[in-house]
Design a protein around this ligand. Structure first.
Ligand SMILES: Nc1nc2c(ncn2[C@@H]2O[C@H](COP(=O)(O)OP(=O)(O)OP(=O)(O)O)[C@@H](O)[C@H]2O)c(=O)[nH]1
Ligand SMILES: [Mg+2]
Ligand SMILES: [Zn+2]
Length: 342
C-alpha cells in the first residue's frame, strides 16, 4: 500500500539515521520514527540537517521505522552547529568558568548574524561574578547592539525572561563554547529533559564537550530549541568584505552616516564614518585580517574561485581598487609608489 509520504521535522541525527517527529501521530500514537535516508536525496547533494522539514514513507509503525523520501526547501541555515530553518540564534557564553573571551564571543555572534535571523545574547553563570561586573558586561554588549540576558541555571536568575523568549514559535538554537551551561539551562527550563551536563576542568575551566549531537526539544507548542555541542573557535565568513555588515554597531552607524568610499573597510581610512572610537574596533580589525588570511589560504589550495576584492598590506587590509577610482586619491597613489606597488 503506497500511502502519501507523511510530513515531519528532523529532530536529531544519529549516524546514518535521523529521528523524525511527525506532524500528526500515526498508528498507536507513534510520534517519532527512526528513519534512513533515501539515496536520491544523497545524489542531489543534499544532506539532511536537524531542523529540516521532510516527508517520510516506507513506514513500519510497529518497529517505529521509516525512510526520508523528500527534503523540503530550507528557509535558513546555521552552518555550525548545522541547524536548518532557524528562526532565532541564542549565543550563550559564560561570564566566568570559562571566562568570557570577547574575541570568541564575537566569532559566535558573527556566525549567528550570518543566518540573517534575530540574535539573542545570553550571559550565563551570573552567580559566578559580582553584580557590578555582570552589569558592566551587560552595558558593554548592549553597546555592541546586543541587549543581553544575564542568567544563572543555579540561582534561577534571568530564567523567566529567557523562557519567554524561547517560547516564541519557531526553531531557536543555543550555541556557544563547551561548558558554558547550554544543556544546564535547558534542564533548568524543563527538568524532565534530564540532559547530560559535564563539569568544567583545567586552568582555563574549559568544558569537556559533553553534548555530542544537535537535538531539538519542545519548550512550548510550536517552540523548539536546539541543544548543540560546544566548540571553541567558529569560522569567520568566507568573504571578508561581508564582515562589516555582521557588526550591528557598524551597521547602525552606517545607516546614519556614510563613509567617503563605498568600499571602505573601516580601518581608520580617511573619510570613514566609523573611525576607531568604538569598543569592538580592534576585534573587527583582527577578524578582517584573519578572514583575509583564510581566504588567501583557500585560494592557494584551489578551494575557492571568487576574489574577495581585498588585499593585505602589512597588518591592514585594503580593497583592491578599481583603477578608475584610484585616480581619485593622489595620496594613495603616492603611497603606493613609496610601497612599490602598482
Ligand atoms: N555556577 C554555575 N555553574 C553552572 C551554571 N550552569 C551550568 N553550570 C555548570 O557548568 C558546567 C557545564 O555545564 P553544561 O550544561 O554541561 O555546559 P554545556 O554548555 O552544555 O557544555 P557542552 O555540552 O560541552 O557544550 C556544569 O558543571 C554545570 O553544572 C550556572 O548557572 N552557574
Ligand atoms: Mg551540553
Ligand atoms: Zn568606513
Amino acid at each position: 500500500m503506497a500511502a502519501e509520504p507523511l510530513p515531519g521535522l528532523v529532530v536529531a541525527l544519529v549516524a546514518n539515521f535521523c529521528w523524525v517527529q511527525l506532524d500528526q501521530p500515526g498508528a498507536d500514537g507513534v510520534e517519532r520514527l527512526l528513519c534512513t535516508r533515501r539515496t536520491r536525496l544523497g545524489k542531489s547533494g543534499q544532506s539532511i540537517c536537524v531542523g529540516d522539514r521532510v516527508r517520510v514513507d516506507g513506514i513500519d509503525w510497529q518497529a517505529g521505522r521509516g525512510a526520508v523520501a523528500v527534503l523540503e526547501p530550507r528557509q535558513g541555515l546555521l552552518e555550525r552547529p548545522a541547524v536548518a530553518n532557524v528562526t532565532r540564534v541564542v549565543v550563550v557564553v559564560a561570564l566566568a568558568e570559562p571566562a568570557l573571551d570577547p574575541m570568541q564571543l564575537t566569532r559566535f555572534l558573527l556566525t549567528a548574524e550570518c543566518t540573517g535571523q534575530p540574535v539573542l545574547l545570553v550571559l550565563s553563570k551570573a552567580d559566578c561574578l559580582p553584580t557590578a561586573e555582570v552589569e558592566a558586561w551587560l552595558q558593554r554588549t548592549a553597546a555592541w547592539g546586543y541587549p543581553a540576558l544575564a542568567i544563572s541555571s543555579r540561582t534561577g536568575v534571568g530564567l523567566d525572561a529567557l523562557r519567554q523568549r524561547l517560547a516564541e514559535p519557531g526553531i531557536a538554537v543555543l550555541c556557544g563554547p563547551s561548558g558554558v551551561g547550554k544543556s544546564s539551562v535547558l534542564n533548568a527550563l524543563r527538568p524532565e529533559l534530564g540532559l547530560r551536563v559535564g563539569a568544567v576542568s583545567g586552568r582555563l575551566q574549559r568544558g569537556r564537550h559533553t553534548t555530542r549531537h544537535v537535538e531539538l526539544f519542545a519548550l512550548a507548542p510550536g517552540a523548539l530549541v536546539a541543544d548543540t555541542p560546544g566548540f571553541n573557535r567558529p569560522q569567520l565568513p568566507e568573504d571578508p568584505s561581508l564582515l562589516a555588515g555582521l557588526f550591528p554597531e557598524l551597521r547602525q552607524r552606517l545607516e546614519q552616516q556614510r563613509c567617503r568610499f563605498s568600499n571602505c573597510l573601516h580601518q581608520e581610512d580617511p573619510g570613514c564614518a566609523m573611525g576607531r572610537d568604538w569598543d569592538r574596533f580592534p576585534l573587527y580589525s583582527q577578524c578582517l585580517v584573519d578572514a583575509l588570511a583564510e581566504a588567501e589560504r583557500q585560494d592557494r589550495s584551489g578551494g575557492r574561485t571568487d576574489q574577495p576584492g581585498l588585499r593585505q598590506r602589512g597588518s591592514r587590509l585594503e580593497p583592491r581598487l578599481d583603477p578608475s577610482l584610484r585616480q581619485g586619491s593622489r595620496r594613495r597613489q603616492r603611497q603606493e609608489l613609496l610601497d612599490g606597488e602598482p
